[in-house]
Design a protein around this ligand. Structure first.
Ligand code: TXA
Ligand code: MG
Length: 339
């Protein structure tokens, strides 16, 4: 692969017009979303899809999410059902991805040969502006080398994909910091969560008035594996430094952890202060912890300082109702980072 000069662009009207033309020519652009940065390309172009898999080093059996600007674009890609309208009205634009029967317009490469396609309408204003300007649905996986931690700012994208892509649109830090919730909506009366995210099973059930199957918690039996989102490997989102999980990080635990190992409690507290302790939230807020998780894992993963291990704290098993979805999403990503 040739070495490309990678540039970060501010979201000025002129830059957006230039990046929209690049997308129309089949080039790739890394884009900000409210969840994590994505590596976007024309969803109708097999060449653009192939370039995405190449730049990420992603295996071909891990399908891409298509990002749309409006519901008219959805009809170019997928077959709707009544549940789609309800969820779209409640949660789009936003961090919810729907798996639907695909139309022939979507290249097989984008969906790894599956008869379904994953679609999402993102909320970040700069990405929305770019989608509108280029007039194309855009496939966009997270903009990281395959298997590494998803990027939540433009510098993360550059660190991972420098030389492999030309364009990065800078939209600041991602608001949520964890990838979208993925729901299989092919059976509108039996939606299944394939990947937990900020929008939880309870919220979706409230809108659809049907039960929603939550994501499999443990590694599923072989027979159930086909139910999972393909490409959802148990090892994913992984720093190079080994991650050890704890149900709770307490002063007694810290006393046993050597100083060359980093500790990542969810919340700051007076009792947890030391040079190897990096709380994810100063405000005791799970949303803030989620927002900071990937950046914290990256920062502790070198190259500045090499920690022998990273000790991370799981979200509580029975969180407040409003935090339930985020807790499940956080624990899903932490478990994968530690796999
Ligand atoms: O928040 C997000 O969803 C971010 C931003 C950029 O939008 N994107 C993202 O994409 O996380 P990616 O490629 O890292 O994860 C997409 C996952 C795939 O690994 C796969 O598990 C699932 O979406 N997926 C895609 N198409 C699918 C399909 N047809 N059926 C089931 N799962 C699918
Ligand atoms: Mg990813």
């Amino acid at each position: 692969m040739p070495f490309l000069k990678t540039r970060i662009y501010r979201g000025t009207p002129r830059n957006l017009a230039m990046l929209a033309s690049a997308l129309q020519r089949g080039e790739l652009v890394a884009v900000p979303t409210e969840t994590v940065y994505g590596l976007a390309g024309n969803a109708f172009s097999t060449d653009a899809c192939a370039a995405i898999f190449r730049a990420k080093g992603r295996p071909a059996n891990d399908p891409l999410i298509v990002h749309i600007h409006d519901l008219a674009q959805l009809d170019q890609l997928a077959h709707r059902n009544p549940a789609v309208e309800k969820l779209a009205r409640a949660f789009w634009p936003g961090p919810l991805t729907l798996v639907l029967p695909k139309k022939d317009t979507v290249p097989d490469l984008a969906t790894s040969g599956l008869p379904s396609v994953a679609v999402r309408m993102p909320a970040h204003p700069l990405f929305r502006a770019l989608l509108k300007k280029c007039g194309l649905p855009l496939v966009a996986p997270s903009a990281n080398p395959f298997g590494y931690i998803s990027p939540t700012c433009a510098a993360h994208v550059r660190d991972g994909l420098r030389g492999k892509i030309r364009h990065i649109l800078n939209g600041g830090d991602c608001d949520i910091g964890l990838e979208s919730t993925i729901v299989d909506l092919r059976g509108p009366r039996c939606p299944k969560i394939l990947r937990p995210g900020k929008i939880g099973a309870a919220e979706i059930a409230r809108v659809l008035r049907v039960p929603v199957t939550a994501a499999a918690k443990k590694r599923p039996a072989k027979t159930a594996r086909a139910e999972l989102a393909p490409g959802m490997l148990s090892k994913h989102y992984s720093p190079k430094t080994p991650v050890v999980l704890h149900a709770r990080i307490t002063p007694a635990l810290i006393a046993r952890i050597p100083k060359n190992e980093a500790v990542l409690p969810l919340f700051a507290s007076e009792k947890l202060r030391d040079e190897n302790i990096f709380p994810l939230s100063e405000k005791q807020d799970l949303g803030e912890a989620a927002h900071n998780l990937f950046a914290a894992l990256r920062a502790l993963d070198g190259p500045e300082k090499i920690w022998k291990r990273i000790h991370a704290e799981l979200a509580p098993a029975s969180p407040a109702l409003k935090d339930r979805a985020l807790a499940a999403a956080l624990n899903d990503r932490l478990t994968r980072a530690a796999a």
